[in-house]
Write a protein that binds this ligand. Structure first.
Ligand SMILES: Cc1ncc(COP(=O)(O)O)c(C=O)c1O
Length: 413
């Protein structure tokens, strides 16, 4: 009876539409009128620091039928994602999976699993991701130390080594692509240095993975994560992550459970069938369609080949940087070798209002260019060229829009 009534109500609501239903409703909170309007989403060029545009192929994968999150077909999708994630990170780590959440969850997953009171983390802080990771680490009750670099610059191996020797951390946290300042952190030698000092090495690659050469195992990285929404060209909402055996051993030697149930590696490892001695069990209901999209994004990178993907991003960054110089603008990161290829930071000249320029691009061309964030707020524009958008055609479109926007506010080189 209840089911009959319910289905009649649903049918009725389809026939009447939300507007009429609202008039008839006796509920204290009626159906919101805005839901009666059709969903309209414009097609934009997403040339900010993320998300980047999603290809038709990934969107189609996302639209495939939802199935059970433990059905064999979906377990196969999860296995594909594990293999694809090992490929993009260049790791053979068994503990490799994807979080059902955005890049921030990757950061939180490092902190909640690797830290507890009595452990020490050293954060290499040269931008907003240093600030946020420090905040997350403090919430774990761990001892948090930091080493800082000048804004718009990165760390030398010697600087990091000196800090590791001084603070004797259990883990060093580094951001590979600091998207708030547009700085890339060279990773060579850091992992080996950490291991020589009895320390783990964790790296955030949310803004860099796929756009900057990186081989996690060769770099002795112990925990690495990224996000779906940038170079992978997949909607925001999933975050590939991988833990080395050293990191897993450190996790096993914890004296108490992680503070987060959702991000607990014990549970996640079971859900993703990563523990050699355990089977797959229910932890949470995986976002099935989001994982289809991630699987397809990984397949696209694998088809192109990681090295080609790195090269394509380098070429597009070079073209963007050339165009920025032609416009007479300067870079926030003075040293070209320290510039992140995926997200570029461009100084806002004196007398120019950065948001008038970004508003012009959006209004006239549906092109998204972002302002600064954290230490670069109000000082820069950030242009992201990632994933699908890493093509010379898109870079030229963005430069064209940016150039006209600058002219519209009276900027002359
Ligand atoms: C380097 C870096 N880390 C972490 C994040 C957080 O990712 P999300 O916004 O997907 O949570 C971002 C997002 O831009 C990022 O650039």
């Amino acid at each position: 009876m209840l089911v009959g009534n319910l289905s009649r109500t649903i049918n009725l609501s389809f026939k009447l539409g939300l507007r009429q239903l609202r008039r008839m409703s006796s509920l204290p909170v009626p159906p919101p009128p805005s839901l009666a309007e059709g969903l309209k989403i414009p097609q934009k060029i997403l040339a900010g620091p993320g998300p980047s545009n999603v290809s038709e192929r990934v969107l189609q994968a996302h639209a495939l039928p939802t199935i059970g999150h433990l059905h064999p077909e979906f377990c196969k999708v999860m296995d594909d994602i594990k293999a694809g994630t090992q490929y993009i990170f260049q790791t053979k780590n068994a503990m490799t999976l994807a979080l059902s959440a955005t890049g921030h969850a990757g950061m939180e997953c490092v902190m909640t699993n690797m830290l507890e009171p009595g452990r020490t983390i050293l954060i290499a802080n040269n931008g907003i991701w240093g600030v946020r990771s420090k905040d997350m680490a403090e919430r774990q009750g761990a001892t948090v130390k930091e080493v800082t670099a000048e804004t718009g610059s990165n760390f030398t191996l010697a600087e990091l080594e000196a800090a590791v020797k001084e603070y004797k951390p259990d883990i060093l946290f580094v951001t590979h692509g600091e998207s708030s300042t547009g700085v890339v952190q060279p990773l060579e030698g850091i992992g080996a240095m950490c291991h020589a000092n009895n320390c783990l090495f964790a790296v955030d690659t949310v803004a860099s993975l796929g756009g900057v050469p990186l081989k996690a195992d060769e770099l002795d990285i112990d925990v690495i994560y990224t996000g779906s929404q940038k170079v992978l060209g997949v909607p925001p909402g999933t975050a590939p992550i991988s833990f080395s055996q050293r990191a897993v051993d450190s996790f096993k030697s914890r004296t108490r459970k992680p503070t987060s149930f959702y991000l607990d590696l014990d549970w996640l490892g079971e859900y993703w069938n990563c523990w050699p001695d355990k089977g797959r069990i229910y932890h949470h209901t995986g976002p099935v369609n989001a994982m289809y999209a991630l699987r397809e994004g990984l397949a696209i990178v694998a088809e192109e080949g990681l090295e080609n993907c790195w090269r394509r991003h380098r070429l597009c960054a070079d073209r963007l940087h050339e165009g920025i110089q032609e416009l007479g603008l300067e870079f926030f990161v003075a040293d070209p070798d320290k510039r992140l290829p995926t997200v570029s930071t461009i100084m806002v000249p004196e007398g120019v209002k950065w948001n008038e320029v970004t508003a012009y691009c959006m209004k006239n061309d549906l092109v998204e260019i972002a302002g600064g964030l954290g230490p670069s707020a109000g000082k820069v524009w950030r242009i992201g060229v990632m994933g699908n958008n890493a093509s010379i055609k898109v870079v030229n479109q963005v430069l064209d829009s940016f150039g006209r926007a600058l002219a519209s506010v009276g900027w002359k080189k």
